[in-house]
Design a protein around this ligand. Structure first.
Ligand SMILES: NC(=O)c1ccc[n+]([C@@H]2O[C@H](COP(=O)([O-])OP(=O)(O)OC[C@H]3O[C@@H](n4cnc5c(N)ncnc54)[C@H](O)[C@@H]3O)[C@@H](O)[C@H]2O)c1
Length: 420
């Protein structure tokens, strides 16, 4: 069993630290946010993720996980800090840099540093390794370094952390081997070894592939709206082909990964990323398209002083994560033109907008705008919602609700990617 120091106790770091701790390793979880550290040491958690409360509680309760605001000496350092975008759409590596500098004084010969944060190709080789060399270490012999990107799906992080296939890219084959040995203790999926730059680019291409694919479906959605057919029907049929896997249209792409990572390539390789750049632009314009369609629907219905109940702020269903959510673009545009009430049962605060409860949001609303596919919304009875609304109009941007039931309850139903 090893001593581990996990830097960053967010959506990735806390489950990772907890999992290693419950597998017998002694883990110091480090976060620069004192509030996060206090919450975890009190046996609580600061984020919403199914199963995490129980796992983190077990980890802290066992004495194997302790949170701290400063790193402590360990055999292995796992970096799980944010890698957001700068204003110019470059990857902001300042958190990775801070984390690296915070552990340099603690390093001893034979230690292993693992970067889990999603990072542009070359981060281990050209960004972290030079800083370790500057501190006097021979990287790959004295200090080992590897990239082990996270591929988990929020809402299913614990299951996927264990069951997903992992890629491990070492600065040397020995660094990769050491990392595999550690992860083999917690991971059930296959583990593939490569060099660190290949691993970094593989992770980013996974998200870029999905972003480009979603952009394609959003474009298909626009075509279908223009010719009054359903993109959802087209996709279902096209995907019967054994080598076709079209993704789904929607209100835009959000989250900390798919809407962010492709920019790492666009900013670093502007001459080589025409398609990737275009896909990003298409997906980023979806919130505006949703807003314009809402205005068109309300105009067609001749509604004065319209009131819209927007359901869902988080970027995907059943999570509280609002990072890069397309809901923000929709809210920004619509709040200038309609009386907008915003409801999200998973999101408590921190959105910068006033949130309503269900009753406040739906009372006297003219249009229900479904932005996020939270399961909770499926359980709402359209008849009951309709009774509270001034007009019964639904615009489902995800083709998620039971539309037949809404129609039966007298709703005029609009769906993104489907012509009216
Ligand atoms: N959330 C996901 O589903 C997901 C999936 C795959 C990959 N990733 C990647 O994993 C990385 C972490 O993402 P996340 O969602 O866990 O972020 P997060 O914002 O939830 O958590 C990061 C934590 O790191 C802390 N932190 C910042 N600088 C620090 C430092 N120098 N030392 C210690 N702690 C520090 C922050 O206070 C924060 O609590 C990112 O690169 C992200 O792209 C995330």
């Amino acid at each position: 069993m090893k001593t581990l120091c996990v830097l960053g106790l967010g959506y990735i770091g806390l489950p990772t630290a907890s999992l290693f701790a419950t597998h017998g390793h002694r883990v110091t979880g480090v976060d620069v946010n004192r509030k996060v550290v206090d919450i975890i040491n009190a046996g609580q958690i600061h984020i919403e993720e199914p199963g995490l409360f129980t796992l983190a509680q077990a980890a802290v309760g066992s004495g194997n996980l302790r949170a701290s605001t400063t790193p402590e000496t360990a055999d292995v350092y796992i970096i799980c800090v944010p890698t957001p975008l700068t204003d110019e759409n470059y990857c902001d590596l300042s958190y990775v840099e801070d984390a690296t500098h915070s552990i340099i004084p603690l390093l001893k010969k034979g230690d292993l540093i693992i970067l889990e944060s999603t990072s542009p190709p070359g981060t281990c080789r050209d960004f972290i390794a030079p800083r370790l060399k500057e501190a006097g270490w021979k990287v790959g012999t004295d200090i080992h370094l590897a990239h082990c990107p996270e591929r988990v799906l929020p809402g299913q992080i614990l299951r996927e952390l264990i069951q997903n296939a992992r890629i491990i890219g070492g600065i040397t084959p020995e660094s990769a081997r050491m990392t595999k040995e550690l992860y083999d203790g917690i991971v059930e999926g296959p583990v593939y070894l490569t060099d660190c730059t290949t691993a970094e680019l593989a992770k980013i291409m996974e998200n870029t592939y999905r972003d480009v694919n979603i952009a394609l479906s959003n474009e298909l959605g626009a075509i279908c709206e223009a010719i009054d057919i359903s993109a959802w029907d087209v996709i279902e049929l096209a995907n019967k082909h054994p080598r076709v896997n079209l993704h789904l249209p929607g209100p835009g792409v959000g989250g900390h990964c798919i809407s962010v990572d492709p920019w790492f390539l666009v900013s670093a390789f502007p001459g080589e990323t025409t398609l990737i750049n275009m896909a990003r632009t298409i997906n980023d314009t979806q919130p505006e398209m949703v807003s314009e369609r809402v205005i068109d629907i309300l105009r067609e219905a001749k509604i004065d002083d319209p009131c819209v109940a927007l359901f869902g702020v988080s970027y995907k269903g059943n999570v509280d994560d609002t990072r890069e959510s397309p809901a923000f673009g929709i809210i920004e545009k619509l709040s200038k033109r309609v009386d907008l009430r915003i409801f999200d049962p998973h999101v408590k605060n921190g959105t910068g907008f006033e949130l309503s409860n269900l009753e406040e949001a739906i009372s006297n609303a003219d249009l229900l705008l479904l932005v996020t596919d939270h399961s909770d919304f499926k359980y709402l009875a359209p008849e009951e919602l309709g009774k509270k609304m001034r007009n019964r109009i639904l615009f489902d941007t995800r083709n998620f609700l039971d539309l037949a039931r809404y129609r039966e309850a007298g709703f005029e139903v609009h769906v993104k990617g489907v012509g009216d």
